[in-house]
Design a protein around this ligand. Structure first.
Ligand code: SF4
Ligand code: SF4
Length: 331
């Protein structure tokens, strides 16, 4: 088994394209904030024009269609066709599993790289308490139908205080699902939903006791596992992805962020105006990225300081890594 920290790179671009904010669910930890991101559904012409902004570097760009629930968009299949013809390096669809508009019948497995399914509990009880009644069955059935049709599938599990206790049962759950990648995420304190325990991050000791071990057990089954590093020692190098990588989080109201933790604020670096990517005037998120603090990530300190801990001299015991810094395990 090979383990590596995925280095940030400007050579490869990641485009997280929210083509709508509408969703059939109301997950307790949903990161969508309609006050900030609007309620537009982008037309196919607009999707094409906005993809066109990045088409000159499409061959080095990973494109992720998300929402809301992207399969609620009636033209998702056509949008995928357009992205394919522009030559994007990879195309992923992040879905809650309901797979609307018969999307599995409208595209073929060679058009996309992954369907990525969100599941937040190993038991129906925990998953559905977070994501809503019927979601466990919907996601399991969605994975099974997609695998049967030959699509490559992955799973995303967002860890919080509410579901960490089920993490050790994940290797058993994923055993015969037919997925080839597994993503563990840490929940973020953002979005418009209420402050429930599904929004609370777990402590450093619980994270470190649980996550790397479970990730290894999943990888032993031949599945590539990616999980966020979250905590750094003072000896480890901290880097802010916004300074050293090339990520764009696009929302259907035209806002474009470089950092997902900034998404609850009108702090975006860019805005798409008349189908062009325009830099925004100061003050914006870029003004935060260069700040050096002993706690590591500046945005983490501002919006979720509860995951920091200080010694008697009020010095942080560890740094919080960029939320996009990942460990990857290859079977
Ligand atoms: S987290 Fe995703 S699936 Fe859940 S309500 Fe939000 S957009 Fe919908
Ligand atoms: S999460 Fe923190 S370190 Fe990462 S891009 Fe945002 S501000 Fe920078």
């Amino acid at each position: 088994m090979k383990k590596q920290t995925v280095a940030f790179s400007r050579q490869s671009t990641n485009l997280f394209f929210h083509i709508l904010t509408r969703c059939n669910l109301r997950c307790a930890h949903c990161y969508i904030n309609r006050d900030q991101h609007g309620s537009n559904t982008l037309s196919l012409d607009t999707i094409k024009a906005w993809l066109g902004i990045f088409s000159s570097k499409a061959k080095d760009t990973n494109l992720i269609f998300l929402g809301g629930e992207p399969t609620l968009h009636p033209d998702l299949a056509s949008a995928i066709g357009i992205a394919e013809s522009m030559g994007f390096k990879s195309i992923t669809i992040d879905t809650n599993g309901f797979l609307f508009h018969n999307i599995l019948d409208k595209i073929t497995p060679n058009q996309i790289d992954f369907f990525s399914f969100s599941l937040d509990g190993v038991s129906k009880r925990i998953n559905d308490a977070i994501r809503g009644e019927g979601c466990f069955d919907a996601v399991m059935s969605g994975i099974s139908r997609a695998v049967e049709k030959g699509f490559s599938c992955s799973m995303i599990y967002t860890v919080s205080e509410k579901n960490i206790h089920e993490v050790p049962k994940l290797p058993e759950l994923v055993k015969d699902l037919g997925i080839s990648r597994f993503f563990i995420q840490v929940v973020g304190m953002r979005g418009e939903t209420e402050n429930t325990d599904a929004r609370h991050q777990v402590s450093k000791s619980i994270w470190q006791k649980t996550i790397p071990k479970t990730a290894e057990q999943i990888a032993e089954q031949g599945i590539i596992v990616t999980y966020p590093k979250v905590f750094l020692t003072h000896e480890e190098t901290f880097e802010c992805a916004a300074n050293v990588a090339d990520n764009y989080f696009i929302f259907p109201n035209g806002r474009v962020y470089q950092c997902p933790l900034c998404e609850d604020f009108p702090f975006h670096s860019y805005e798409i105006i008349n189908n062009q990517l325009m830099p925004r005037p100061k003050i914006n998120e870029k003004d935060l990225f260069s700040l050096q603090i002993p706690e590591g990530c500046v945005m983490n300190k501002l919006i979720q300081p509860g995951n920091l801990s200080y010694d008697d001299n009020e010095f942080p015991r560890y740094k919080i890594a960029c939320c996009m810094l990942k460990e990857e395990l290859y079977p």
